[in-house]
Design a protein around this ligand. Structure first.
Ligand SMILES: Nc1ncnc2c1ncn2[C@@H]1O[C@H](COP(=O)(O)OP(=O)(O)OP(=O)(O)O)[C@@H](O)[C@H]1O
Ligand SMILES: [Mg+2]
Length: 248
């Protein structure tokens, strides 16, 4: 796999409202945030605090009402359709429920995002390399239902890496997994970051996961309420202590 350079993300005054009947709900409320290239950031906060909405805005799945998002010097909040579609292909997205296509093999699930593009043989080669990288070499022809939850999430991660993203957005990627499997998925993400330098923004409710990230950003009612640097020279092995200090 080729090495990529992690993206830098700059968010300024980002706001997203939803209309529910006569009410207006501000899901993301004037958030400003700068994410360094190659960092792994945990996005935490109670249910409904705006984590998924923020990830959807950064991934350009949803549109902001106001504010800007700039990824690697491109203001994505100002992009039009074609450029936006191109940007979306360059961002990796991993979801809590994997979202694999049940009728496709593991290999075809990984290839699926780039199917409209030419070069099928190249795609298959790359997908095989990615499946190897996530520890699923040899399982290419399996169907998703034949895999465990952790294995399905590995397929989803391989799929997210197909476009060699500089930015990986993960919405509670370990939310459906037991703690051992969750830790393994995080090992995998941290290892991918080491090898490819990508930037990872990961929404999570789990202390043990957040504690292993470089930085913790907490949302409350759509606003940024806490921003902690977790790379402050502490023994990185001492994650339990660190986790205990994090009120997730
Ligand atoms: N499409 C939508 N229409 C209306 N309201 C929405 C929509 N999407 C999200 N919301 C509301 O916006 C707020 C933020 O939701 P969001 O899904 O971003 O929270 P979250 O932090 O990801 O929560 P969870 O931890 O439960 O996943 C919530 O109050 C939610 O009900
Ligand atoms: Mg959510």
């Amino acid at each position: 796999m080729e090495a990529t350079t992690g993206s830098t993300v700059r968010i300024v005054g980002l706001t997203r409202q939803f209309r529910t009947g006569a009410e207006r709900l501000t899901a993301v409320d004037d958030v400003s945030l700068e994410i360094a290239a190659g960092s792994v950031v945990a996005l935490t906060g109670p249910s409904g605090s705006g984590k998924s909405t923020l990830l959807h805005l950064i991934g350009a799945i949803e549109q902001a009402d106001s504010g800007t998002i700039t990824v690697d010097d491109v203001e994505i909040t100002a992009l039009r359709r074609t450029a936006l579609a191109r940007y979306r292909q360059r961002v990796g997205f991993v979801f809590q429920r994997y979202h694999l296509l049940p009728a496709l093999t593991v290999l075809d699930n990984v290839i699926a995002p780039v199917l409209p593009q030419r070069g099928r043989a190249d795609h298959a080669t790359r997908a095989r390399e990615l499946l190897d990288a996530v520890g699923l070499g040899g399982r290419e022809r399996a169907m998703p239902t034949q895999l465990s939850g952790g294995e399905q999430q590995r397929v989803a991660i391989a799929r997210a890496l197909m476009g060699a993203p500089g930015l990986l957005l993960a919405d509670e990627p370990t939310g459906n997994l037991d703690s051992t499997t969750s830790a393994q998925i995080l090992d995998l993400l941290l290892d991918l970051r080491e090898r490819h330098g990508m930037t990872i923004l990961l929404a999570t409710h789990e202390r043990s996961i957040a504690a292993r990230c470089d930085r913790l950003v907490r949302l409350g009612d759509g606003s940024l309420v806490e921003d902690l640097d977790l790379t402050d020279g502490e023994d990185p092995a001492d994650t339990y202590e660190r986790a205990a200090r994090l009120r997730l």
